[in-house]
Design a protein around this ligand. Structure first.
Ligand SMILES: [Cu+2]
Length: 146
């Protein structure tokens, strides 16, 4: 006698766990912005300030003092400046001139060619200084340092 044992089939229950990955898609719609067009504004590189080599520049005095030479004469006369002031001498003539202190050459522009500009530094000692043009010595002026 044969008894067949009926096999009871095992029923598997398959669970499918769905994983939900929420994906959020944020769409940012960029507004069409007008592109600012930079039209041809060329930026030239800034040139470094050039300092003349070997020229000793005294510290600047307050304000600019200008002595003018015109028609073989100095102006203003007298010229009053602060001690140690740097005086700019403008030669408006066509001929060279100087502004040279009579006594001890306390200041001296040297030769200023026609149409050119020179400078001298006033003495630091207060006083009255007569000066001339060494080329045309009838040209006289007075510098007052006070
Ligand atoms: Cu002169």
């Amino acid at each position: 006698m044969n008894r067949t044992t009926p096999r009871s089939g095992t029923r598997r229950r398959r669970q499918v766990v769905g994983l939900l990955v929420p994906a959020l898609l944020v769409l940012v719609t960029a507004c069409s912005s007008s592109s600012d067009s930079s039209d041809g504004s060329s930026t030239s590189p800034a040139a470094p300030p050039s300092t003349a080599p070997g020229s000793v520049v005294p510290p600047p005095a307050t304000g600019q003092v200008v002595l003018t030479i015109s028609q073989f004469d100095f102006a203003p006369k007298p010229l009053t400046v602060a001690p140690g002031a740097v005086v700019t001498v403008v030669n408006k003539d066509d001929t060279p001139h100087t502004a040279t202190a009579v006594k001890d050459k306390a200041f001296n522009t040297g030769t200023i060619e026609g149409g050119q500009t020179g400078t001298f530094t006033a003495p630091t000692t207060p006083g009255t200084y007569n000066y001339i043009c060494t080329i045309h010595q009838f040209m006289t002026g007075t510098l007052i340092v006070s």
